[in-house]
Design a binder for this molecule. Structure first.
Ligand SMILES: Cc1cc2nc3c(=O)[nH]c(=O)nc-3n(C[C@H](O)[C@H](O)[C@H](O)COP(=O)(O)OP(=O)(O)OC[C@H]3O[C@@H](n4cnc5c(N)ncnc54)[C@H](O)[C@@H]3O)c2cc1C
Length: 320
């Protein structure tokens, strides 16, 4: 179900991505997909399960296989303080469970500030994030702040700076598709600074983001070079074989061993490649989402790789 190659194919892929990302914001389609009988099978490929116990089970398996893990409690764009506080409490509970199970420091957590109230009360989002960082610290691990759409970048980096005063290992995420990111990489490539570099998963206007895949990839390489030659701790989040090869090359060039950078990939995507990199002696962290609120996450995964739609379609067909 991949769109055809060539300039026409590129246009078709871009259109498909735009349509799927638009669907990710439609509450009507959300209800349809969430209640469809086939959804469970599709979701299971990318999401650990609904409960923290599922997250713990999958973490234990992955850590047993030599992987590091970052856990994401699914949910974003909360609109009430009560929802934001509930998300905070879920993370605090999860971190306690991880510590009790002996899964820290191998497992850390990834947090979306929009799930903690960022869109309506930045101070509340900061307070909630701070409480999660404190719980992570007590559990012997740390937090990475996921990056969302470009309207939140400044606010997220401001909150990161404040959090790092007390919790210096708090990780940042930078998105290579944003034109500003090379400059952000330079600012953040400093000692002790954990920075996840990804391509970026949101639909962004041309004024702020590269649109062509080739431009995004070139930006990724420029940013990777800045981070790998800098003083921080780069976290290369990609499934792209060419970018992974470049990451391996720069690791050799800059003499970065398994304790000085890591690869990151999503749960359910390219598991054999994740295992290969572990076998080569690299640190590989798998991003494991869990929880009920999987719709937006799933749609972004489908938009990234329309071939995943084939998987989705097969699941539909097999349930007819
Ligand atoms: C750990 C992690 C954390 C992330 N955090 C964020 C975040 O905070 N904010 C944000 O905006 N985005 C985040 N992302 C998503 C990211 O921005 C991209 O949207 C996503 O990773 C897809 O980009 P890619 O680099 O894998 O390359 P793509 O261009 O999607 O894929 C490149 C190539 O990788 C291979 N590939 C990709 N998927 C598959 C597959 N399913 N099976 C087989 N091969 C495949 C194919 O060869 C493909 O051509 C995160 C990604 C990861 C891995």
């Amino acid at each position: 179900m991949d769109a055809p190659r060539g300039p026409g194919g590129r246009y078709a892929r871009l259109m498909l991505r735009t349509v799927i990302l638009a669907a990710s914001r439609s509450s009507r389609i959300e209800r349809l997909v969430e209640t469809a009988p086939f959804s469970r099978d599709v979701v299971r490929r990318f999401v650990a399960g609904a409960q923290s116990a599922d997250a713990l089970r999958v973490t234990r398996e992955l850590v047993g296989d030599g992987r590091a893990v970052t856990l994401d409690n699914l949910g974003e764009d909360t609109v009430t303080p009560a929802q934001a506080t509930a998300t905070r409490d879920e993370y605090v509970t999860l971190l306690g469970m991880l510590a009790e199970a002996g899964l820290t420091p191998a497992a850390e957590v990834s947090v979306k500030l929009s799930a903690l109230g960022q869109s309506f009360d930045e101070q509340l989002a900061y307070d909630n994030a701070r409480a999660i960082c404190a719980a992570a610290d007590a559990a012997g691990t740390t937090v990475t702040l996921d990056m969302e759409d470009h309207t939140t970048t400044d606010s997220t980096l401001d909150i990161l700076t404040k959090l790092r005063k007390d919790f210096p290992s708090t990780g940042a995420v930078l998105q290579a598709y944003l034109r500003r990111t090379e400059s952000d990489c330079r600012d953040l490539a400093v000692a002790g600074s954990r920075v996840r570099l990804c391509k970026g998963a949101y639909s962004e206007p041309e004024s702020v983001a590269y649109q062509a895949a080739r431009e995004v990839d070139k930006s990724y390489v420029r940013c990777l070079n800045i981070l790998m030659s800098g003083d921080g701790y780069p976290m290369l989040a990609t499934h792209d074989p060419r970018l992974i090869a470049i990451g391996e090359d720069r690791a050799r060039w800059f003499d970065r061993g398994a304790d000085r950078f890591e690869f990151q990939m999503l749960y359910g995507i390219r598991p054999e490649e994740q295992a290969r990199l572990v076998g080569e002696g690299y640190t590989v962290r798998t991003y494991v989402p869990y929880g009920d609120d999987w719709y937006g996450y799933l749609m972004r995964r489908l938009a990234e790789r329309p071939a995943n739609l084939a998987f989705f379609a097969r699941a539909v067909a097999s349930r007819k």
